[in-house]
Write a protein that binds this ligand. Structure first.
Ligand SMILES: [Cu+2]
Length: 414
């Protein structure tokens, strides 16, 4: 029995080793940047990013670029994501390949978390300064406390030059200009080095003499006191006093060198200004919405009513960062990321102008590889089969109206 138990124990130990080793050597390749793996209904029902603009596609080290645009905080926010009462406007990049020189919502600088309201539309801008050469997929992104990262569309931006030339100068209120890239580094290294060295010297002092067996024997023989001599005690007192003196003196000299310091600035920013969206004159009722499984498209039957005084056409359907456009009505000029832009992805059964006062029920198909590539088709795995998105209508003069739609999205098989 015992032999069997030993064998089982040995075998499970070997199995554990193999598992651990395999896990160590398993390196998953990252081709997406986070958003694809998030639940489709969450991406469709939280933040709608639109009117995005990346000012450059290629930028040299130390040069800046801006990402600007708007985002709509969807009214039917999912239960499992805390409301965006404490959110932070971030940027999705693999480490500081850019530094964020500034970020604004509604014209206000937002270095801290902000409070956003459901149903509001905000305008934002992020100023990025290039730091590390390479091809980077740059995302706008909102972190919601209690919710997680809500990742906006990403666009490839190339940084050229050399990271060694990167500088980040800042002028303090005391009038001194420092480079944040290297500021205070020498000081940090010096103090960590000094204290580490003092620790080593203390250990070396004792390691000079035999460490373990003779000392253990001495303690067991009741002669522990013989191990610490008078000189040892003096050295110990020297270290203790020296440490206190160095701490006190260096603290005083630091206060002398930096007489003006402030605590870390923190705290939620409330009262962020949203955009006053113009009143809309188009009414859309989603009669039903379906998507084929498997498939690359979703279909909606919608009744569009034009209450305005100019005839309108549907130009775009935008959900989860994917833009389905009817090229006859609307063409992207912002250099929107290719993989998210379906230039001719929107088909409307009858997209002739809808005259003022007229109402029409149409079949709308949003179809593109992005539906599958960005795993919106994975809605089939989600516990809430509802979608939401933005519709953009254009009148004869080219004025745009944004309508939010939201409805159940029912899968169809065969
Ligand atoms: Cu990405």
């Amino acid at each position: 029995m015992k032999i069997l138990k030993d064998k089982v124990a040995k075998l499970s130990f070997v199995a554990l080793l193999i598992t651990v080793t395999a896990a160590m050597f398993y390196v998953p390749t990252a081709s997406a940047h986070g958003e694809k793996s998030q639940a489709a209904f969450m991406r469709m029902r939280t933040i709608h990013w639109f009117d995005l603009n990346w000012s450059k596609e290629e930028v040299a080290v130390n040069d800046t670029m801006t990402i600007s645009g708007k985002f709509f905080v969807f009214t039917g926010w999912p239960e499992t994501v805390d409301k965006p009462e404490i959110s932070f406007l971030n940027i999705g990049i693999p480490g500081p390949v850019f530094i964020r020189a500034g970020s604004w919502i509604g014209g206000q600088l937002v270095p801290r978390s902000v409070s956003l309201e459901l149903g509001e539309t905000y305008e934002f801008k992020v100023l990025l300064k290039a730091r590390r050469p390479g091809d980077w997929h740059v995302h706008t992104m909102l972190n919601v406390k209690g919710g997680g990262p809500i990742i906006g569309p990403g666009k490839w931006v190339t940084i050229t030059g050399s990271m060694a030339s990167f500088v980040n100068p800042v002028t303090t209120l005391t009038g001194e200009t420092v480079d944040l890239e290297t500021y205070n580094l020498g000081n940090t290294y010096f103090w960590h080095g000094l204290w580490y060295a003092i620790g080593l010297v203390w250990m070396a002092y004792w390691i000079r003499k035999p460490l373990f067996v003779p000392r253990s024997i001495a303690v067991e023989a009741g002669k522990a006191d013989s191990l610490i001599s008078g000189a040892d005690r003096k050295v110990a007192m020297g270290f203790a006093a020296g440490t206190i003196i160095i701490v006190a003196m260096s603290m005083a000299s630091t206060n002398e060198k930096f007489p003006i310091t402030t605590p870390l600035q923190a705290g939620l920013l409330r009262g962020i200004k949203s955009i006053d969206m113009p009143a809309t004159t188009v009414k859309v009722k989603i009669e039903d919405a379906t998507y084929r499984v498997p498939g690359r498209a979703m279909q909606m039957t919608m009744t569009i009513t034009n209450n305005g005084d100019s005839s309108i056409r549907l130009g775009e359907f935008n959900t989860a960062g994917v833009r389905f456009m009817d090229a006859d009505v609307s063409v992207d000029e912002s250099g929107y990321p290719d993989d998210l832009l379906a230039e001719e992805g929107l088909t409307v059964s009858d997209n002739s102008p809808i005259a003022p006062g007229q109402s029409r029920t149409v079949q709308v198909t949003a179809s593109d590889a992005a539906w599958e590539v960005y795993r919106l088709a994975d809605l089939i795995y989600d516990p809430d089969s509802r979608f939401a998105g933005l519709l953009f209508f254009y009148d004869e003069a080219g004025n745009r109206q944004m309508i939010t739609i939201d409805a159940p999205l029912i899968p169809s098989f065969i």
